[in-house]
Write a protein that binds this ligand. Structure first.
Ligand SMILES: Cc1cc2nc3c(=O)[nH]c(=O)nc-3n(C[C@H](O)[C@H](O)[C@H](O)COP(=O)(O)OP(=O)(O)OC[C@H]3O[C@@H](n4cnc5c(N)ncnc54)[C@H](O)[C@@H]3O)c2cc1C
Length: 471
């Protein structure tokens, strides 16, 4: 239980000004990027280094006080809402780049480092860190790691998990562990690094990360392909991959999204199209030109109505804006925007989009869909109003159907946003009862008193499924 004694002990570790329990601090850390979820913590703290995190966790475990690690709170699964009260530990003060090792091509950083600042810094040194969540202007590297974030470049370059080589983390009891390192090969025991990636603050607090850097691509080309037939767009995605071309970016926008994006960004997009693909290839000039020419051929053979290849960097940026502004544009439509995240095998993209449209109609809700077509990772986004309880019930029922459809098509309930609070009741659909038991065993080994981000990932009860066949 939070008390003046605990507060004094933590102030002794971090200094008085870094332990806050005034109403304003509590309210501002009672919610995150996920709409409609809120719960007050007892305190908000700001450690400066690993030793302070370790000492803090010793105190909190002595008094059995829960702790939620927090980067920038941009997660969309309620991952940082302190549902059981306790302490929110904000990592923003631990935001330094500790080392760029040019011989090993690694960066060692603290978890509170802003993702975009990091990417810009390494690019300034002629290096490349590919993971690029759309939220990178605000998100932190620690949040990206704990959430296992992906982004527009995930198809060709992989996601955050492919770039984390080693971690320093503090266990619930305050002990510090180190996993992996500056190593390209390491099979010493279980892979704790990979286990902590995507663990959503439930296993340990990440205090340092060693990340892989790669040489940057020399040349880049961007294009839009516009289709009246959604299946034509989907077949184009499969055909590009079948032709053994892996674009750097292969993104999808459906018709409702095209309309709102165009209205927002004034890009002059054709409003009578069913789907747009945003395609980017990078590499050396010759192979990029060859790939883009072949992709154009594929788009034409799938009856693309229009193809627009950017002639300059400014034009490429304009095309990218169409995709990057999707969330912002949709957020203007109604007071509440619920951006979800379901993934299917990429051959099932068209089926999934049509399924989403049918479900939206069935529940009489507005859902626009965009996402990473190359990865099969779609973001059906409901524009709604949290004050209308009846409509919110319909939205929730629609999303339940959408997750069900994703699993039926051989997919998953989340491709990159994590489980957190929102998807916890659906996790068993994906991993099965035995899978949940194994995961609970792992949680027990790391955090026997259930103090780290309690209430996340594991739900009190799982949602019943009508369909039990896994596609
Ligand atoms: C507009 C928008 C676009 C987005 N686009 C993408 C996208 O393209 N791809 C994508 O994958 N996600 C996306 N997201 C989701 C979100 O931005 C990512 O999950 C991001 O990685 C979260 O980073 P954060 O710093 O905000 O972490 P937070 O939201 O603060 O935390 C996320 C999780 O990590 C845990 N955590 C944070 N720091 C630590 C730490 N040091 N140690 C242990 N656990 C920790 C938290 O407890 C929580 O469970 C988007 C979100 C928004 C709002």
């Amino acid at each position: 239980m939070w008390s003046d004694i605990v507060k004094k002990e933590l102030q002794g570790i971090m200094g008085e000004q870094w332990v806050k329990d005034d109403p304003q601090s509590l309210v501002t850390h009672s919610y995150d990027g996920t709409p409609m979820l809120q719960s007050l913590p007892d305190a908000v703290i700001y450690p400066e280094n690993t030793a302070q995190v370790s000492e803090t966790l010793k105190v909190l475990s002595k008094y059995m006080i829960p702790v939620v690690s927090r980067g920038s709170g941009t997660n969309l699964c309620g991952g940082t809402v302190p549902v059981q009260g306790g302490v929110v530990m904000v990592m923003h003060r631990m935001n330094r780049i500790l080392e760029i090792d040019l011989q090993n091509l690694t960066a060692t950083v603290q978890p509170g480092l802003n993702t975009k600042q990091f990417i810009t810094h390494v690019e300034g040194m002629g290096l490349f860190y590919p993971p690029d969540p759309s939220s990178m202007a605000i998100s932190t590297i620690g949040g990206n790691i704990a959430e296992g974030s992906g982004g527009l470049r995930g198809l060709k370059y992989g996601t955050t998990k492919d770039y984390v080589l080693g971690l320093e983390a503090v266990l619930a009891n305050g002990e510090v562990i180190r996993t992996g390192g500056k190593l390209m090969k390491d099979v010493a025991g279980y892979d704790l690094t990979k286990l902590l990636v995507g663990s959503e603050g439930t296993l340990a607090v990440i205090t340092e990360a060693t990340l892989k850097l790669v040489p940057p691509p020399k040349y880049k080309k961007t294009m839009l392909a516009m289709f009246k037939d959604i299946y034509g767009a989907a077949r184009t995605v499969s055909s590009i991959i079948e032709n053994r071309i892996i674009p750097a970016t292969l993104e999808f926008l459906d018709r409702p999204t095209i309309r709102v994006v165009d209205d927002f960004a004034k890009l002059g997009l054709p409003l009578d199209m069913e789907a747009i693909l945003l395609i980017e290839q990078d590499g050396d000039m010759e192979s990029v030109e060859r790939d883009i020419a072949r992709i154009e051929e594929i788009c034409r053979s799938e009856k693309a109505e229009r193809i627009q290849v950017a002639e300059s960097e400014a034009e490429a940026l304009k095309l990218l804006t169409a995709r990057r502004s999707a969330f912002t544009a949709l957020a203007r439509l109604r007071p509440t925007t619920i951006l979800e995240d379901a993934t299917v095998p990429r051959s099932k993209i068209a089926d999934m989009v049509l399924e989403i449209n049918k479900i939206a109609l069935k529940h009489n809700v507005q859902i626009c869909t965009f996402g990473h077509a190359g990865d099969g990772n779609l973001h059906p986004t409901a524009t709604t109003d949290a004050r209308d309880q009846e409509e919110i019930h319909r939205v929730e029922a629609a999303f339940e159907d959408i997750f069900e459809a994703a699993i039926r098509l051989g997919g998953t309930i989340t491709g990159e946003h994590g489980v957190g609070l929102v998807k916890a009741p659906f996790l068993e659909w994906k991993v099965g009862a035995a899978g949940i038991e194994v995961m609970k065993g792992i949680k027990q080994a790391f955090d026997p008193h259930q103090l780290l981000n309690p209430g996340k990932v594991f739900a009190k009860s799982s949602r019943k499924r009508v369909v039990i066949e896994h596609g």
